[in-house]
Design a protein around this ligand. Structure first.
Ligand code: C5P
Length: 222
């Protein structure tokens, strides 16, 4: 009998894009499909973890056995994650959170006014959910895994993120080329070094990633 790799562990995971409304019919979003995060949620549940998935607006079915919380905005994602984080041993941030949101939400649809002047929008910064979880005090702080989607210098940026966000592991992928696709190539960057997971479908990669994370959780010292 081999115990499941994540038996007894609780995973909190974010996935998908966020949607930042401008007015009742428009908003700012991005091309994240949520597939990688949903695949990890599924692989972790298969490995015996109790999984809570906080999802932005995506068109994906909830993996079997996974508890799902749907949100729209980065602020809502932050507010769903932060109070729950301390009750989890593991936090994985796969969501493509919008860095900025419109400073003001227009109550009514913004209309063309005939003056030919296009409207301008002021943006304000969204909270960094991963960094906020990683700042929780010891004892409340889960093992933190971040993602880095970069179009160049992947390992360099991933390593920067590891330090700046103070997380145990950063998983780099060559997004946005990967957005919406079924396969992906990952590079795992941590304090020990780096390791590439060869191109494969997202579910196979998710299962491999779960094995890598389970091994690190087992040797966790804080
Ligand atoms: O800062 P950057 O967006 O490049 O970092 C990506 C990582 O940080 C991902 O794991 C993403 O889910 C997380 N993130 C977050 N909240 C934000 C921005 C990014 O959790 N506001």
């Amino acid at each position: 009998f081999q115990p499941k790799l994540l038996a007894g562990k609780r995973l909190l995971i974010t996935a998908g894009p966020t949607f930042e409304p401008i007015d009742p019919v428009r908003g700012i979003t991005n091309r994240s499909s949520g597939k990688m995060g949903f695949a990890i949620a599924r692989a972790a549940a298969e490995a015996g973890a109790q999984v809570t998935l906080v999802a932005g607006p995506v068109h994906l079915n909830t993996p079997r056995g996974v508890q799902r919380i749907d949100v729209q905005t980065a602020q809502q994602m932050h507010d769903a994650v932060l109070p729950r984080a301390a009750a989890h041993e593991l936090f994985i941030a796969t969501a493509a959170v919008a860095d900025w949101r419109p400073a003001e939400l227009s109550e009514h649809k913004i209309k063309k006014n005939g003056s030919k002047l296009a409207p301008t929008f002021e943006l304000t910064e969204n909270p960094d959910i991963l960094a906020a979880v990683a700042r929780l005090p010891a004892g409340q702080r889960p093992f933190c895994v971040g993602f880095a989607a970069e179009s160049q210098d992947l390992v360099k940026h991933a390593r920067e993120k590891l330090v700046r966000k103070n997380v145990e592991l950063v998983v780099g992928n060559l997004g946005p080329a990967t957005f919406g696709r079924d396969d992906n190539t990952l590079v795992l960057v941590d304090a020990q070094g780096q390791r590439e997971l060869a191109t494969a479908d997202k579910l196979s990669l998710a299962r491999e990633l779960v094995r890598e994370i389970a091994a690190r959780l087992g040797t966790k010292t804080h």
